[in-house]
Design a protein around this ligand. Sequence first.
Ligand SMILES: Cc1cc2nc3c(=O)[nH]c(=O)nc-3n(C[C@H](O)[C@H](O)[C@H](O)COP(=O)(O)OP(=O)(O)OC[C@H]3O[C@@H](n4cnc5c(N)ncnc54)[C@H](O)[C@@H]3O)c2cc1C
Length: 472
Amino acid sequence: MPALPRPEKRVSISLPPRRAQIAAETDVLVVGGGPAGLGAALGAANAGARVVLTERYGFLGGNATAALVMPLMSFHTQRPRREKTGAATLLPTDHGPGEPVLAGVVATLLERLVTAGGAISPSLKTGYVVPFDPEVFKLVAMELLDEAGVHYLFHALATDVVESDPVKAVVFETKSGPVVIRAQAVVDCTGDGDIASRAGAPYEIGRGDDRLVQPMTLMFRITEFDRAAFSEYVKKHPDQWRGVHGLWDLIRKATAEGKLQLPREDVLFFATPHEREVSVNTTRVTRVLGIDVWDLCYAEWESRRQMRQIAAFLRDYVPGFENAFVVQSGVNVGVRETRRIVGDYQLTAEDILQARKFPDVIARSTYPIDIHNPEGAGTTLKRVPPGEAYDIPLRSLLPQKVEGLLVAGRCISGSHEAHSSYRVMAVCMATGHAAGVCAALAVRHGRSPRAVPATEVQNELARQGANLRGIR
Ligand SMILES: Cc1cc2nc3c(=O)[nH]c(=O)nc-3n(C[C@H](O)[C@H](O)[C@H](O)COP(=O)(O)OP(=O)(O)OC[C@H]3O[C@@H](n4cnc5c(N)ncnc54)[C@H](O)[C@@H]3O)c2cc1C
């Protein structure tokens, strides 16, 4: 592989000091335009703050668009698991009728996506996931920010914090040189906790013993898929397809014939709003870290190697895919897990599996613990009790040792197991919503986010339509 190898020795040089242009002074700065960043920007703006959102790419959505993670996973309560095979819908079938446990900005986004013809509403038929079109997502996200009066700066990679106690100024690298944005409160929605870690917040990475994280996956869209022919195959081979994954016998055959060398034991793909399309979540790159440039470079190469094999396998072995081809792959390999910022409370697996409630609840989730094996094949799923949801407390968004800053999305405070549950996009958007509201309230009263009473955040979230178990 021609990628630049990791240097054997750490040799460094000093960089000359430089000056940066002040690009803006604002109330709330949101760094990162993924699901959490969207929620944070809308929450803060709707609470009356002046908001700037910054993003390293030229569009919004984070993994939802850049990494082509195209279904929102369920945020509905579940009934006891019903084993059912042979489903032709390409969607999970093991959820009974469920109640949504999130509303607010998540509901607004959903409604707008569906109205724009870019998503399928969650229902029993979809297994309560929401297949959506990432191009429609990009447009709807931008419209929502426009309507809320949020200013955004794209093509700006946050690299440093200059006024850090409390956090008040973030440095961005841009094509126009370095720029700084000053704010009264900052929300880190980078997924990786880039800002919190630069500001000195403690963090953890990976599972306890070996610090391995969940694998990376390059997602891709396949079109010219013949759904009727595939459904026919599934009907004839009900043991070979469960909900959204399977094809075990065909994979074994292709592997034996030297056509596949994959870490994953099955093929996983999801329906999209388009009849002749599926989105494939099957590449798996293990033992790599999304905050290590050498690992990322290797993962881009390795996941594309796997994508080519998977696409050829589908075409050559699987009925319904004879004429199918890859129409788009992610802008980057999808990164599931990096830093988990240590906050005033760390969510645990027990909190999730016991559907624990907290007085400072700011979001809720029903999604299971879902760990793609950091070492290779297999996925661990452990469900929230039927009909239940767990609470996410405001304290999990407040990094230790840092003032003026909140975290939201997948980098909030929790264990490796807990992270595998709250990392799904609707939940990230909801924690973003709460972080944005808390930041705006902090600015309104000249306090640090940590000093804002949880009840005030809950009241404002409720005013903005959030669903907090009817406690407000
Ligand atoms: C392969 C894969 C499959 C998944 N499947 C599902 C699924 O089916 N359904 C589901 O709901 N969830 C799924 N997830 C999880 C989900 O996509 C993520 O956990 C979620 O998107 C995290 O949201 P976020 O806003 O915290 O971070 P992200 O979505 O990662 O967004 C972070 C944003 O910040 C920007 N950014 C990062 N660093 C900087 C910086 N330094 N400066 C400026 N901008 C920066 C990024 O460009 C990005 O736009 C999957 C994840 C992966 C990787």
